[in-house]
Design a protein around this ligand. Sequence first.
Ligand SMILES: [Zn+2]
Length: 189
Amino acid sequence: MSKEVVAPGDVVGVAEEYLPGENVEVDADGKLRAQVMGVVIRNDKDHIISVKPIRSSNLLLRVNDIVYGKVVAIPNDRVVIVKIIGVENNGNKTLLKDDVTGIVPPSQLLNGKPGSASEVLGIGDIIRARVISKDPPYTLTLRDAQLGVVYARCPRCGHPLKWRSGELLQCPNCGAVVRRKVSLVEYWA
Ligand SMILES: [Zn+2]
């Protein structure tokens, strides 16, 4: 079952359907609204809807979640440190409020092609990755055609790079060609 994450003030139901439970209030129009950031819990037997607060954004991420993150460091040109900025829930992208750190180990960069991380990623790139560990710092993988860089800027002039073909991005401004492990389904430029 997928988690429905709501923010304070979000409508979680109507008073005809559910009774307000924990962290839910009824507004003047009979709408049930969340009072906290959290996960919606529907008790369909007793018709009670409540919101379980999220105290830490750690609770938001689970194994196999698809996340978006910014590459912040590549120590020793091997491990990639990522600031996770968003998560996909049923195709919707939710931004994370707190900084959550992800790590892409060398073995999760490319299928059977070990090498230096900077050959396939750059600092500042935005990547789409899958969570493969239960606890933070989250281990991420890019080993799938849909995973990889979704946005990158030209290392020479800073202009956003466009996808050219395969694993190649090109700068429309200065013509530089850059190799990346590109997400083949979701490049943004
Ligand atoms: Zn350029």
